[in-house]
Design a protein around this ligand. Structure first.
Ligand SMILES: *Cc1c(COP(=O)(O)O)cnc(C)c1O
Length: 227
């Protein structure tokens, strides 16, 4: 399929929307990086996005990430694991550029064993008190970030959130604002973290207003996920 296909068009439209949101917020568009969420889409879709210039890809099933990583060798491609970490699947997650949803210190300890150059993680914040979705309660974030940063080889790069689904993307704003404020608390505790992973297809432009540095966009780039 040609590089100028619909996927490339959608990708360019997403990037343009992010750039516009960044400028509107007085931010440098280059400070907002796009993670193309390719879960459940075939490797061929990743190849097309890569051909169109996309370099960061996110997956949230550990085995799927492992299989795609082993099957693809595309220069400059960086993998992001955006799913919840499970101990028994940690072995599939070596070589990731970022682990976006770390919660437990024991998971970080397990993963860092497979990361000779160190492990870059973002701490998953449970912004809406939805324990079923996982994440660390806001009041526990600073202590957990400190505990993670104390693990040799682990670098706490920032925070990640996944607000509840809302009809109006603006309604996600308070959750993004809370995560941004928590990042300031983490920094005040002496941790050099400056990344925020937040925003998806429908609300990425809102997240950018609240300082998102990684936005995780799937559907708007790849279309509906195959079931
Ligand atoms: C699937 C997923 C996304 C992408 O969602 P879209 O609505 O398709 O953009 C982002 N973040 C996480 C954690 C996901 O699981």
């Amino acid at each position: 399929m040609s590089v100028g296909g619909p996927l490339a068009t959608r990708l360019a439209a997403v990037r343009a929307r992010l750039d516009e949101a960044a400028r509107a917020a007085g931010r440098d568009p280059a400070s907002v990086q796009l993670v193309a969420v390719s879960k459940r889409h075939p490797a061929s879709a990743i190849e097309m996005a890569w051909a169109a210039g996309q370099r960061h890809f996110g997956e949230n099933y550990a085995q799927e990430l492992r299989d795609k990583r082993e099957g693809l060798s595309l220069e400059g491609l960086c993998w992001h694991y955006i799913g919840r970490v499970q101990s028994n699947k940690a072995r599939y997650l070596g070589g990731c550029h970022r682990i976006h949803a770390i919660e437990a210190v024991r998971h970080a300890e397990k993963l860092v064993g497979r990361a000779p150059d160190g492990l870059d993680v973002l701490l998953y914040v449970d912004v809406a008190g939805e324990a079923s979705k996982g994440g660390v309660a806001p009041e526990a974030v600073v202590d957990r970030a400190k505990a993670l940063a104390a693990v040799p080889g682990v670098r706490v790069r920032g925070l990640m959130c996944l607000p509840p689904a809302v009809d109006d993307p603006e309604d996600a704003g308070p959750y993004f604002a809370q995560t941004q404020a928590l990042l300031a608390d983490v920094q005040a505790a002496g941790i050099e973290a400056d990344e925020l992973s937040m925003g998806m297809s429908h609300d990425a432009h809102v997240a950018v207003r609240y300082g998102a540095t990684w936005v995780r966009v799937g559907t708007a780039i790849f279309g509906a996920r195959p079931t």
